[in-house]
Ligand binder design. Sequence first.
Ligand SMILES: Cc1cc2nc3c(=O)[nH]c(=O)nc-3n(C[C@H](O)[C@H](O)[C@H](O)COP(=O)(O)O)c2cc1C
Length: 229
Amino acid sequence: MELTDALRTTGSVRAFLDESVSDEVLYAILDDARFAPSGGNRQAWHVIVVKDSLRRRALRDLYLDGWHDYIAHVLAGLVPFSPLASDEDRAAAASHRDAAIATSKPDGFPETLDQVPVMLVICADLAALAATDRDLDRYQIAGGASIYPFVWNILLAARARGLGGVMTTIATRNEPGVRDVLDIPRSHIVASIVALGHPASRATRLRRRAVEEFTTTDGFDGERFSLAN
Ligand SMILES: Cc1cc2nc3c(=O)[nH]c(=O)nc-3n(C[C@H](O)[C@H](O)[C@H](O)COP(=O)(O)O)c2cc1C
């Protein structure tokens, strides 16, 4: 598959065929993904392949709890988990929690996360992360840039093998629980749970903003970067 085609068509897959993925294929995916960039090339990732059904179910429960928080935000008309959320926003989301739980359906992705063909938990080694914005008095983001390209590489490498999946972060809401389930030491944080498998279907067209909508010239308020200019 052409690289540009892969970039333009690798959407999230949350429904899978009842077909397993061999350890050989998973190994090959991780073997490709490891060439991801990271700050100082410190490759802070640690991958846990979760096969045990009890641990999977415990992770599903932790994910589902976070998912209900997500839906509660949506029901409250909020951007879920915005770093700019006020105390009032948090209270508004909390007040919609019961309604969010009521939206759960037994065959939904969050409810059946424990049954995905491949479940990976991606951890990040705090001692190896390049958190260049750590000293700024604002929400910190740069450390994640040393982990999520690796996670995305997993999805691209899966795509190259006809597989699909999704990067998730909702379970980070319940990181202490995830830590307990998988014996993750304090030195590491939870970056993502990734589900992989043979797609039941694929989106034919991804919805993304046009270049002009997010690119400006010579400053944030500069002219739109557009070939029409
Ligand atoms: C950092 C990040 C976190 C995400 N977390 C979740 C998640 O917790 N659960 C989920 O179902 N999808 C998650 N996604 C997938 C996004 O929902 C998805 O990329 C986006 O809606 C675009 O959908 P598409 O890829 O199907 O076009 C996440 C994606 C990213 C990049």
